[in-house]
Design a protein around this ligand. Structure first.
Ligand code: ADP
Ligand code: MG
Length: 704
């Protein structure tokens, strides 16, 4: 349990004065919340980092003020000049002075009462904002701050600037974060004192205070001490959490899962191909992990089409040979069903019971599946994140395979692991995204990796061409010829409905157009369809009744229709490299010559042009991933930003590689000397883990 001293930080942000039900909704819109957190909390205000600072420290007299700059003035209010009645176009002006000159404060669409109250004639006021010259006179339109001498402290001389949303002002955020800082209790120092001293980093609370309440314009910079300190805290918490998970895995006297090979042999016999050397090597590594007395946590990396599914099935077969069960989890329903269909004939040949569980299995059907699962009749359960639900109980889950892992977070992985009777489920995660080492470390810690480096035999290269939308008719002519030769075509569009983004090719519109041109053989697949409709459409395409499948990116991940040989991607300039590569991987799986046509809208931006060129030049997923990292930065490659997976709030990778490496070493060293975090620093580090919400990790050593 989280120490109660931290409770004030984890209370709803509504407990801060000034934040009510309306503002909480706006905050929810603009704060980045961790997965599963429905309402912004006090601590989320603290992690809402400023992007810059407004410097109000110039306090000139009027005669010396430089027009166009931000200044703070000490003024006496002389007179009010309201606009003539009924004339809304004329602004309300208030003339003020100091010993050296005069200035008009100007308000458009002003509320008279409000201004009279703020600027009583004859009084002194501190006023801050941008000063301008208007003809001969000086003026300031809508000052940012007007405060009385008693309230002088409320005027931030260095004002942090925050990401905001309509209706949420910077002032509100400043006020809320100030209160949030006051709520930080006295916490033990969890960093090594010498390390802090060597870098001149402030204590935790001071670091947050200086970022949100800067005393130096430098403070709000991610290269400065306060920010670096917080980034290091976050990275260390992450590395420590992963190290704890690993330590726990290793220490656990897991069971040895040794198969006799009988089921694997039946599956191999039923395959219409033989395994590649890469697949065999990966399987060997997996079998070794499973046979060892610790839990497996392994990542299987392989480009799209490299044949990861078969490897997964064989890994699951080992569990079943050892008398246990296995689960395969996919990120989307379409993909889960596809896996089930691929696996079904092989499972039948090997005499295995399989089941499918997604959000669509409900009521009696679902109950029946759960019953067969608990009795052990279902040996392999395939599904979506529906597998996480607490009433899904296995008789004896020994191997869990997670496909396209980057869409799931650590939390979910731990939840699945816990489905095993003794919390001893072996986990294999599969991804088509080649993840650079530094990113692997930040998101998964130090896990074992197997790679599928070769493509199955018989794959033909895919010819990729970028063509401007103006040449659409020519493309359609070519497609007509191809269709006559038996081709099948994916046609991907970025959005489903023409809305305010009406310049985006809408799948529905394209569908109507292609149907007019090519007739009934054109189908449409998008996220708005019911599950059943999706299945039917997908099946019709797989069976060849549909020749052209117009789709939104629902087909992005993993769909396998070997006969499809042309991929058209419309508005290709709007897709990221990783996504384009994934999409292209849907073709080139059969014996037919394959094409990928990247339709773009000219003119192309520079980055988009580089992306499309890269696609034309290579099919090598690793090269593409490197380029992608170069063009976009790390978080997006992992899909972490889009999916709300465990992203970072202070530390950004790339950018903090050195700190990350240090944090990783630090975590290893700490645990080597103090595996249960019982030393004074160890105890302080537990607090750090709670501050960064790595509660699962803390649970692991509490159990130990
Ligand atoms: P991915 O790694 O993208 O998940 P899949 O597992 O879907 O790839 O495999 C893609 C296609 O390659 C499937 O049709 C599968 O049957 C086929 N395949 C897998 N392994 C081999 C192999 N060793 N030889 C030939 N085809 C294979
Ligand atoms: Mg796949």
């Amino acid at each position: 349990m989280r120490p109660s001293s931290l409770n004030p930080l984890f209370a709803s942000a509504q407990t801060l004065s000034g934040i009510g039900p309306r503002l909480i909704l706006l905050l929810k819109k603009c704060l980045e919340l961790p997965p599963g957190v429905a309402e912004p909390r006090v601590i989320d205000m603290l992690w809402h980092m400023p992007t810059g600072v407004i410097d109000r420290r110039a306090e000139p007299q009027l005669a010396a003020a430089v027009p166009g700059t931000i200044v703070t003035l000490q003024l006496r209010v002389l007179k009010h000049k309201p606009p003539p009645r009924g004339n809304k176009k004329v602004p309300y002006k208030v003339t003020c002075e100091d010993d050296t000159g005069r200035i008009d404060l100007v308000f458009f669409h002003a509320e008279r009462k409000f201004i009279e109250k703020q600027l009583p004639v004859g009084e002194l006021r501190f006023v801050s904002g941008r000063i301008e010259r208007y003809g001969e006179a000086l003026q300031m339109a809508h000052p940012d701050y007007i405060v009385s001498p008693e309230a002088r402290d409320e005027l931030p001389m260095l004002e942090p600037v925050y990401p905001l949303t309509a209706g949420l002002s910077g002032k509100i955020v400043v006020k809320a974060t100030r209160q949030a800082i006051d709520r930080i209790p006295d916490l033990p120092e969890w960093q090594d004192e010498r390390w802090l001293a060597a870098r001149n980093w402030p204590p935790f609370k001071e670091a947050l205070s200086r970022v949100h309440h800067p005393t130096d314009a430098q403070d709000v910079s991610n290269g400065a001490g306060p920010w670096q300190r917080l980034a290091y805290d976050e990275l260390l918490a992450g590395q420590l959490a992963f190290a704890l998970v690993r330590q726990n895995l290793k220490a656990e006297r897991g069971r040895r899962l040794a198969g006799d090979g009988s089921i694997q042999a039946k599956i191999v016999d039923a395959l219409p191909f033989s395994l590649t050397t890469s697949q065999k090597t990966a399987l060997g590594e997996i079998a070794e992990d499973l046979a060892a007395p610790h839990r497996m946590l392994r990542l299987l990396q392989g480009d799209v089409g490299s044949g990861k599914t078969v490897v997964a099935l064989m890994a699951m077969a080992v569990a079943i040979e050892a008398g246990a069960q296995a689960a395969l989890m996919a990120p989307t329903e379409v993909l889960a069903r596809q896996h089930a269909e691929t696996i079904a004939p092989l499972a039948e040949a090997a005499g295995l019971g399989i089941g499918l569980l997604t959000g669509r299995e409900k009521g009696k059907t679902r109950d029946a599946i759960l019953e067969r699962l608990l009795s052990g009749e279902i040996q392999i359960l395939i599904g979506t994140h529906a597998l996480f639900q607490s009433d899904v109980q296995f008789k004896d889950l020994a191997v869990a395979v997670i496909d396209e892992q980057h869409r799931f977070g650590v939390h979910q992985r731990l939840a699945l692991q816990a489905k095993g009777a003794n919390n001893d489920t072996n986990v294999l995660v599969m991804t088509a995204t080649p993840i650079p080492r530094t990113l692997l470390m930040t998101h998964y810690g130090d896990l074992d990796v197997s790679k599928l480096t070769e493509k199955p035999a018989g794959r033909k290269p895919i010819t990729t061409k970028a063509i401007p939308l103006e040449l659409l008719e020519r493309l359609i002519d070519r497609i007509r010829t191809q269709l006559a030769e038996g081709a099948q075509i994916y046609w991907v569009c970025p959005l489903i409905e023409t809305s305010e983004l009406s310049d985006l090719a809408a799948a529905e519109e394209r569908f109507a157009h292609l149907r007019q041109t090519f007739g009934d053989g054109v189908g449409l697949l998008h996220g708005g369809l019911s599950g059943k409709e999706k299945d039917e459409t997908m099946a019709a395409f797989a069976e060849g009744q549909l020749k052209i499948l117009v789709a939104t990116t629902v087909i992005e991940v993993g769909v396998n229709v070997p006969n499809a040989n042309i991929m058209v991607i419309e508005h290709a300039e709007r897709f990221g490299l990783a996504q384009l590569h994934q999409l292209r991987g849907r073709v080139g799986r059969g014996s037919r010559e394959s094409f990928c046509m990247l339709l773009y809208k000219a003119p192309l931006g520079e980055t988009a042009e580089q992306r499309l060129k890269m696609m034309e030049e290579t099919e090598d997923g690793f090269k593409i991933a490197e380029k992608d990292l170069e063009l976009r930065g790390g978080g997006e490659i992992l899909g972490a930003r889009q999916s709300g997976a465990p992203g970072f709030r202070v530390a950004e990778v790339p950018g903090y590689e050195n700190l990350l490496a240090a944090a990783s070493d630090d975590a290893a060293l700490v645990l080597a000397n103090d595996p249960n975090l019982n030393s004074p620093r160890g105890k302080a580090l537990r607090t750090l883990l709670y501050v960064f919400e790595c509660d699962e990790a803390v649970r692991l050593f509490r159990a130990a």
